[in-house]
Write a protein that binds this ligand. Structure first.
Ligand SMILES: NCc1[nH]cc(CCC(=O)O)c1CC(=O)O
Length: 348
């Protein structure tokens, strides 16, 4: 149908352009011509009223959603963790790329800071009440939701420590582990945030490992936060197209990564079942293990005073519903409804 190049919409940050260029290269490998269309995520788009009706949400994705629906681009490339769990009406997922690192990382100034965080001899000390590191989950064959209620912080010496991040999810998990630390706001794209950290007196800041690694900006002084559970779909890239656009959809199938798509779907089902919307203190990580899907997820009180975490492994026939199942198990645990209420109140 189309001999015109596919128009790939992207935000104009370095990371967004890198991700869109990756998709362009993959399309080229599949013999499909494309071009990049750059958009500002905060533009002066005069469509405010219809937005609600067409179901557009998401500060990073809105402009590209509208461009798709207005037929000025054919596909949009997003960091999947920024995409609302409910896509705008008229749009569909065309592909999910193979996941890069899902981890949050800590970018720091001085090696002595690591000791203060309990990272000694190349290992994270466990806080009281902490279970295994999230990136080394238990390998028991099948287990049904062994539950851990984490309500005791990691304790270390009480020197002042300032962490910079604006993510509710990262703040909550950090405060849960280090309740005495000070948190500073840090906004902007990754380049801006790295610069602000370098110019500040803060001890350090948290970034998504994938974001910095993709554009070769991961500093030497950085460490994987193996105890922190990531945002649902962190490290994955999603390509979106119009629902009726078979050409664009088909064009993306050569790089659709089935395992990644199943894992991030599971994480996003977990998130959606607990609470619609993004920027919540809800974390989740799903991984394929010997043909099964393993999922761990948690919700934190925004002030870090509590964290409730659950995990479950599913035979493949149940993998489509694992995220919903685990979220419902979490909702039945003590404190969770209370935390959900706190989060809802904080958002409205
Ligand atoms: N919310 C911003 C955002 N969205 C996606 C990434 C990084 C890439 C990814 O997670 O896939 C980042 C930056 C960060 O969290 O440090």
């Amino acid at each position: 149908m189309s001999s015109q190049p596919l128009r790939i919409g992207t935000r104009d940050s370095q990371l967004a352009v890198w991700q869109a260029t990756l998709v362009q290269d993959l399309l080229k490998t599949a013999g499909i011509a494309s071009e990049l269309v750059y958009m500002k995520s905060e533009g002066d788009i005069n469509l405010v009223t219809p937005l609600y009706e067409i179901g557009v949400t998401g500060v990073f994705t809105k402009v590209l959603d509208i461009a798709l629906l207005n037929n000025t681009i054919d596909i949009a490339v997003h960091s999947m963790k920024d995409v609302p769990t409910q896509l705008a009406n008229g749009l569909q997922q065309a592909a999910v790329l193979e996941r890069a690192s899902h981890k949050d990382i800590f970018v720091y100034k001085n090696d002595s800071d690591l000791e203060q965080l309990g990272f000694v001899n190349g290992q994270w000390a466990m806080g009281n009440g902490q279970s295994s590191m999230v990136n080394e989950p238990s390998t028991a064959a099948i287990h049904h939701s062994p539950l851990t209620i984490h309500d005791q912080p990691f304790t270390t010496h009480h020197s002042p420590f300032t962490l910079a991040t604006s993510s509710i999810r990262r703040i909550a998990q950090w405060k849960h582990r280090y309740p005495t630390h000070t948190i500073e706001n840090l906004r902007g794209n990754v380049n801006t945030r790295l610069r602000k950290v370098a110019e500040s007196n803060w001890n350090g800041a948290i970034f998504a490992g994938a974001g910095l690694e993709r554009i070769n900006l991961r500093p030497e002084k950085s460490i994987d936060l193996d105890w922190m559970l990531p945002a649902p779909a962190q490290g994955a890239i999603m390509v979106v197209c119009r629902k009726d656009d078979n050409y664009a959809f088909d064009a993306c199938q050569s790089f659709h990564h089935e395992h990644t798509a199943l894992c991030v779907k599971t994480e996003r089902d977990f998130l959606r079942t607990l609470m619609g919307g993004c920027s919540t203190p809800i974390s989740a990580l799903a991984q394929m293990r010997g043909g099964k899907v393993w999922l761990r997820g948690n919700i934190c009180a925004p002030d870090g005073s509590r964290m409730v975490e659950v995990e479950k492994e599913s035979a493949s026939e149940h993998s489509q519903t694992l995220g919903v199942l685990l979220a419902n198990e979490l909702l039945n645990q003590p404190y969770v409804n209370e935390i959900v209420q706190q989060v809802r109140n904080a958002k409205s």
